[in-house]
Write a protein that binds this ligand. Structure first.
Ligand SMILES: Nc1nc2c(ncn2[C@@H]2O[C@H](COP(=O)(O)OP(=O)(O)O)[C@@H](O)[C@H]2O)c(=O)[nH]1
Ligand SMILES: [Mg+2]
Length: 367
């Protein structure tokens, strides 16, 4: 042991009894002046801290709470669900608006300017996204959120990009739960952006009160992804980019949609779907759209359709999550994991009837 390792106060000529060991410093000691909260991960928060943070509308803590919900780890599931359970009574008092349309239709531009105009009216706006492409690849067809720079800077807004998939209930469950958290944090208008690809419109329709389909003039039905049935989901068709040289064509498109709307089933009882013009870029027509949303809310609350839809949505959510959970735990069962390859092999060789293979597996999995 060298003298260098002895404390300064050790007597001269003392022996190794005064020697000390140098221990490496603890990395966790942080400067109390620095913003420690930003460095904590969602899991390092106490449940009560997150609950109170969301209640106080603290955007950092709301963000952490959503990250907890989005965690793919089974371990965090319990804490996330407890968080939801405590905040659920504070949710529900908002209007949930879904916005769909092909990439480039102007959804993000619309959300930014519409959101800002609502904030000016005194609302608090949360924006969530469901991006089906994020399930398949890392790419995003909803585009970057830098388009909403002005809105995201505003303290009365909260913007959350699409979660990654790969968990029970997938992106849809996470978005539904994020809606609850945002409402508990006091956001009274929830805007959910999605792209008209695959199942995403139906998914969004199943979690919103009002569904807005954004179209552009002259792009043609196929380009706009108008599949049979999509118009039937909409409570409002917005023909965007009605500005400059485009105004006439937009007007024509509005006429066509208005005519088509005479022949289809409307998405919501006691509500007549209509088509309106707008220029998201030039802030034109946004107030009219908000008026339509207000009219819709009033009409459907009065007729009971608003409440009925929310109730149905909860039951539907419960049923789909239940079905998925049952399937999940079935495939997790040891007996199923063991037996499945063998049964598959036999079925593929034609040596076991398919229905028998299924019933064998079911009884093994439910033991
Ligand atoms: N002329 C015009 N361009 C617009 C309007 N809304 C959006 N755009 C433009 O259309 C492009 C796509 O807009 P974006 O909001 O990203 O579309 P999204 O993919 O549907 O989210 C951008 O270059 C926008 O500036 C509009 O009302 N008028
Ligand atoms: Mg976009």
């Amino acid at each position: 042991m060298s003298d260098k390792r002895k404390p300064e106060w050790a007597p001269l000529n003392s022996g190794s009894e005064f020697a000390s060991r140098i221990v490496s410093g603890e990395n966790t000691i942080v400067n109390p002046m620095s913003n420690r909260d930003n460095k904590k991960t969602a899991r390092q928060y106490e449940l009560s801290e997150l609950v109170e943070g969301v209640r106080d509308s603290n955007r950092t803590l709301l963000s952490k709470a959503i990250t907890l919900i989005e965690s793919n780890s089974e371990k965090h599931f319990q804490m996330g669900q407890e968080l939801l359970n405590q905040l659920l009574p504070l949710s529900g008092a908002s209007i949930r608006i879904g916005i769909t349309g092909v990439p480039g239709a102007g959804k993000s531009t619309f959300i930014e300017n519409f959101g800002l105009s609502l904030i000016e009216k005194g609302h608090k706006v949360a924006v969530l996204a469901i991006d089906p492409s994020s399930c398949i690849s890392k790419g995003s067809i909803l585009g970057d959120k830098t388009r909403m720079e002005k809105l995201s800077c505003h303290p009365a807004s909260f913007i959350r990009p699409s979660p990654s998939a790969g968990v029970l209930g997938g992106v849809a469950r996470k978005t539904r739960e994020s809606i609850i958290l945002c409402e508990a944090a006091g956001y009274d208008t929830i805007l959910i952006e999605t792209v008209g690809v695959g199942q995403s419109e139906t998914t969004v329709r199943s979690m919103v009160d009002f569904f807005l389909l954004m179209q552009i003039a002259g792009a043609g039905d196929e380009l706009q992804g108008i599949k049979k049935g999509i118009i039937e989901l909409a409570d409002l068709i917005v023909i965007n980019k009605s500005d400059g040289d485009n105004i006439q064509r937009a007007e024509l498109a509005k006429q066509e949609f208005s005519n088509a709307l005479h022949y289809i089933r409307h998405a919501t009882d006691s509500w007549q779907t209509k088509a309106v013009l707008c220029s998201a870029l030039f802030n034109d027509g946004l107030d009219v759209i908000w008026d339509v949303v207000q009219d819709f809310k009033l009409a459907t609350i009065n007729s009971g359709a608003f409440k009925k839809r929310r109730t149905e949505q909860s039951i539907q959510w419960f049923e789909s999550l239940l079905a998925e959970s049952v399937l999940h735990s079935f495939y997790q069962s040891k007996a199923v994991i063991q037996l499945l390859p063998e049964l598959k092999e036999k079925v593929s060789q034609g040596s076991l009837p398919v229905a028998l293979a299924v019933s064998t597996l079911i009884s093994a999995g439910s033991r």
